[in-house]
Write a protein that binds this ligand. Structure first.
Ligand code: ADP
Ligand code: GN1
Ligand code: MG
Length: 370
């Protein structure tokens, strides 16, 4: 291991069925949760190629082995569906690289969990939507993902993060973080705290509809931010949905809502200049059109009715989670500067406020595509 390097990559990669001689590992992507690397190898003919190597965040995911069981099952199932549809299974779903003892993850002596994937080449992820067509295609990709998994045995999936989108429980955790105020930060964020408290009644809406059996539980992705879909460099299509750590039974509304949260904001999630942050209705329309093209026949009237609300509540929930983490000393989301989680909170709340203003227009757009 070279000096200053945190992980012994040579040792980690030697446990996987990677082809060629290991050259180097480079940090890759902008995820908030796992440690992701592009790992480069030289084949016998001298050519180089790369894989994705990830260290699973076991602070966030308490049971990485169950999580890997989910991913392995879901990717195997998707693979069959893609083959049935004459698609390319090496590109349209994640493909795990087995370890030398034929497992889907490697546990290091230090207790770290690692996994390898085929690197999806000629495609990228974007932090911000750069063109309307891309977001339309993201809508199709996430809608198709849900459609393909319609027949997946949901009861075999482990809950990798319990109550992940239980907004009511997220609210309780938020209140607890305000009460404890372990970093003494709450006095300076009174406006943000008040913003959350004013909307307490919103936090029960989806939870109650689910508990009353009015909204169906489906197999959902649960983390459909725009940088979790790979966009093809040539066609602009949403070629592969990635980041499958939170695939669990959930509401279709979570997936729709979280995509709007991340992609319908034309600015960065951590933009400090809030004048750049707003709910872009043209972007909302493109995603809605793509998503409904794939899901309209399976969604219930109530699910369709709640799509605009889902966009708002998922944005609210995410902002509240950033604020909770800020108040708790930034232990969950990776941060790269002081007050990073607070900046993220503010963009989300600006989006929520703007969605409240534009709610009727969002409803009209949904109507256009059903
Ligand atoms: P996190 O859970 O931390 O968000 P992701 O699984 O989303 O981690 O991976 C982080 C980034 O790595 C993605 O946004 C994407 O750019 C890149 N990435 C992940 N898997 C692949 C893959 N199989 N091929 C190419 N790039 C990938
Ligand atoms: C995290 O892993 P990543 O960066 O795709 C988070 C999401 C949040 C998102 C906010 C497992 O997503 O729930 O919406 O950050 N993932 C997890 O950007 O908590
Ligand atoms: Mg991700």
């Amino acid at each position: 291991m070279s000096k200053g390097q945190k992980w012994d990559f040579q040792s980690v990669v030697s446990n996987f069925e990677f082809e060629g001689e290991f050259i180097e590992a480079k940090p890759h992507g902008f995820g908030h949760i796992n440690d992701t690397f592009a790992v480069y190898f030289r084949k016998q003919d001298g050519s180089t190629h790369r894989y994705i190597l990830q260290r699973i965040n076991s602070n966030v995911f308490k049971n990485p082995e169950q999580l890997m069981e989910n991913i392995s099952g879901v990717t195997r199932y998707l693979r069959e569906k893609i083959i049935e549809a004459n698609g390319d299974p090496l590109r349209e779903t994640l493909n795990l690289i087995p370890t030398k003892d034929n497992r889907c993850f490697y546990k290091s002596p230090e207790g770290d969990y690692w996994r390898g994937y085929i690197f999806i080449e000629n495609a990228c992820t974007y932090q911000v939507v750069e063109n309307l067509g891309h977001f339309n295609n993201a809508g199709k990709a996430f809608g198709k993902f849900q459609r393909l998994l319609e027949g997946y045995p949901a009861d075999t999936l482990h809950e990798t993060i319990p109550d992940f989108h239980n907004t009511k429980k997220r609210y309780e955790a938020f209140l607890e973080s305000v009460k404890k105020d372990i970093k003494g930060r709450s006095a300076a964020v009174k406006d943000e705290i008040e913003f959350v408290m004013k909307r307490e009644s919103d936090t029960c809406v989806l939870v109650d509809l689910l508990n009353e059996g009015k909204l169906p539980l489906r197999v959902t992705h649960n983390d459909t931010k725009f940088n979790n879909v790979m966009i093809d460099n040539e066609t602009g299509e949403g070629v592969c949905v990635i980041d499958l750590d939170t695939v669990m039974p959930g509401l279709s509304l979570y997936d729709f809502g979280d995509s709007i949260r991340s992609g319908a904001n034309p600015a960065d999630e951590d933009e400090k200049d809030l004048s750049k942050v707003y709910m872009d209705l043209a972007l909302f329309e493109q995603f809605t059109k793509g998503f409904l093209e794939q899901t309209r026949d399976s969604l219930t009237p109530l699910e369709i009715e709640y799509l605009p609300f889902a966009a708002k509540i998922m944005t609210f929930e995410c902002g509240m989670r950033f604020l909770t983490d800020y108040l708790s000393g930034d232990t969950y989301f990776k941060i790269h500067r002081e007050e990073h989680n607070l900046d993220r909170t503010r963009t989300q709340f600006k989006m929520v406020a703007d969605m409240e203003e534009k709610f009727d227009q969002m409803k009209s757009i949904v109507k256009k595509y059903i």
